[in-house]
Design a protein. Structure first.
Length: 189
């Protein structure tokens, strides 16, 4: 649909920076359990229950080296860090913040705090971003966050010494493009 000035309306679900995808029943509690009640290790079935990923899917992903896990006494176990990495692939940073509420400030690195910013972009760029966000069933915020991870990595050598906590925030399990949590340092306070 076109507006009076010829610009095409973009689906509001993609461009609304205030709209957070609703958490399904039990997801808020699962997110809170993952981040507020950390354990040293989790059996595969518990990871499946908390994340909603079927146990068979997790087993196949571990076997194909798409997920990190440890085999203990013949059973797959996940460290808290490995579970957190899965959780940040399952839920957006916005959803995690929404579920944790005020507790987010105490359990996540400070530079993972969410801030609202206003930018001016050319119409064609906004349309492209919004279209791709809709294609991936993401909000524009979440789509931009995923795209800006590459930028954050490219400037990490320059920012690591200039912005306190930058490296820690960048290398936390939130970093959605990295496939191996083995390379990531602990984010424990």
């Amino acid at each position: 649909m076109d507006t009076n000035d010829g610009r095409q309306n973009i689906r509001i679900s993609a461009i609304s920076s205030r709209k957070v995808p609703c958490l399904e029943l039990g997801q808020r509690e699962a997110i809170r359990a993952v981040f507020l009640h950390r354990l040293e290790s989790y059996p595969l079935r518990e990871v499946a229950r908390l994340t909603g990923i079927p146990p068979g899917t997790l087993r196949r992903e571990v076997a194909a080296n798409r997920r990190d896990a440890l085999k203990v006494h013949g059973r797959w176990c996940f460290t808290w860090r490995q579970l957190a990495f899965i959780a940040f692939h399952r839920w957006t940073l916005t959803q995690v913040h929404e579920a944790l509420g005020d507790d987010a400030a105490t359990v996540l690195p400070p530079l993972l705090a969410l801030r609202t910013v206003t930018v001016q972009l050319p119409e064609y760029v906004l349309r492209a971003l919004a279209t791709l966000a809709v294609d991936e069933s993401k909000t524009l915020d979440d789509y931009l966050y995923a795209e800006l991870i590459d930028f954050a990595g490219a400037v990490r050598p320059l920012m690591g010494d200039r912005i306190d906590g930058y490296r820690r925030a960048y290398l936390s399990p939130v970093k959605s493009r990295c496939q191996s949590s083995i390379l990531l340092p602990s984010i424990d306070p």
